[in-house]
Ligand binder design. Structure first.
Ligand SMILES: Cc1cc2nc3c(=O)[nH]c(=O)nc-3n(C[C@H](O)[C@H](O)[C@H](O)COP(=O)(O)OP(=O)(O)OC[C@H]3O[C@@H](n4cnc5c(N)ncnc54)[C@H](O)[C@@H]3O)c2cc1C
Ligand SMILES: NC(=O)c1ccc[n+]([C@@H]2O[C@H](COP(=O)([O-])OP(=O)(O)OC[C@H]3O[C@@H](n4cnc5c(N)ncnc54)[C@H](OP(=O)(O)O)[C@@H]3O)[C@@H](O)[C@H]2O)c1
Length: 279
């Protein structure tokens, strides 16, 4: 549960009644597209209200109405960039999860609730300028980076962009691999990504050309060797980290050991973190 965030909105009024009285109540958006990758992962797109503004890389509360009509909301990284007319999300399916056990059944035409207050630290403005941007992700932690790799601003600010995605199994890498492979054909960033953007995938529990946790590959230098880049350097490298609490803590420790300082919206610095799920 996301209790620590106090964002489950269980205490909010029912959306139907609330839309007239509560300007912060979620809006009901229409599902446009759904794609399933494994029995645990899927992505979907919904309509975006004209008034919904966010910064590429932020997260927002989304959900479904409960039986009593009140909203059941969870934090979700917006996987589409700020310029997109629709909103995309990349989701886990937790078999007994209050939200995702139902969300995994959505079909085009269904309604999904969308909160009104996007926020987050995985934004370009929370980093000081640099030469090379790393985005370290595990599991659904790739979602905010699906947004950032589709934003021209990312390539205007950095000479080189390296996205790492580590999962237990190969099939769990399908979303990141397809999305980044297809970017060369993107009318907006297609030319910008060429020679600038690289995806570095690794698996931990199934055979893959690159095996192991990203933390191990940073520590033993294999990541840098494979990419042909120098080790982390606070003078030119910037990093964003998104994964489980443990992954974030371990990766953060490696950033600090390399001399990078953690940043935030109010105090930009050399790396930023955000958990991909609570608990
Ligand atoms: C800032 C933030 C951003 C998030 N962005 C995303 C996102 O883009 N996509 C997404 O799928 N989830 C994301 N989450 C997690 C999301 O908020 C929910 O936890 C998730 O949708 C499951 O909801 P649930 O009600 O089914 O189960 P919950 O009761 O919320 O979770 C049950 C258990 O499932 C596990 N779990 C939950 N989410 C995940 C996950 N993403 N990956 C692996 N295990 C998980 C945890 O062990 C958790 O205790 C984010 C969470 C935070 C805090
Ligand atoms: N079919 C299923 O039912 C199924 C399948 C997978 C997961 N799950 C459950 O779902 C939950 C989330 O699983 P997930 O695979 O999405 O997320 P996860 O357990 O966080 O694993 C995602 C990737 O992150 C790596 N990782 C974990 N801790 C790390 C750390 N401290 N530093 C660096 N890398 C780290 C994992 O490597 P390691 O492999 O070395 O841990 C794995 O490759 C878990 O509770 C799990 O039990 C269920």
């Amino acid at each position: 549960m996301n209790e620590s965030l106090d964002m489950t909105a269980d205490a909010s009024p029912a959306p139907a009644a609330a839309q007239n009285v509560n300007p912060n109540a979620p809006t009901a958006e229409t599902v446009l597209e759904v794609e399933h990758y494994t029995d645990r992962l899927f992505r979907f797109r919904i309509t975006r209200p004209r008034s919904f503004r966010f910064r590429t890389g932020e997260f927002v509360m989304i959900g479904l109405p409960k039986e009593d009509g009140r909203p059941l909301l969870r934090a979700y990284s917006i996987a589409s960039p700020a310029w997109d007319e629709e909103l995309e999300f990349y989701s886990i399916k937790v078999p007994d999860g209050p939200l995702t056990s139902r969300l995994c059944n959505i079909q085009p035409g269904d309604k999904v609730l969308l909160g009104k207050k996007p926020t987050g630290t995985l934004v370009l403005d929370a980093l000081t300028p640099g030469k090379r941007l790393y985005m370290f992700s595990t599991g659904t932690g790739f979602a905010p980076f699906a947004s950032l790799v589709r934003d021209p601003d990312t390539y205007e600010r950095y000479e080189e962009v390296i996205v790492t995605h580590t999962c237990r199994e190969n099939a769990e890498l399908t979303y990141s691999q397809n999305l980044i492979n297809d970017l060369v054909n993107d009318p907006l960033v297609g030319e910008m990504v060429q020679g600038k953007l690289r995806l570095y995938t690794t698996c931990t529990r199934e055979d893959h050309p690159r095996m192991g946790r990203i933390t191990t590959l940073i520590e033993n230098g294999k990541l840098f060797e494979d990419l042909g880049v120098p080790p982390l350097d606070p003078a030119c490298d910037r990093a964003m980290i998104c994964g489980s609490m443990e992954m974030i803590q371990d990766t953060k420790n490696l950033m600090i050991a390399a001399g990078l300082t953690e940043g935030s919206n109010s105090a930009p610095a050399e790396f930023v973190i955000e958990k991909a799920f609570a608990g």
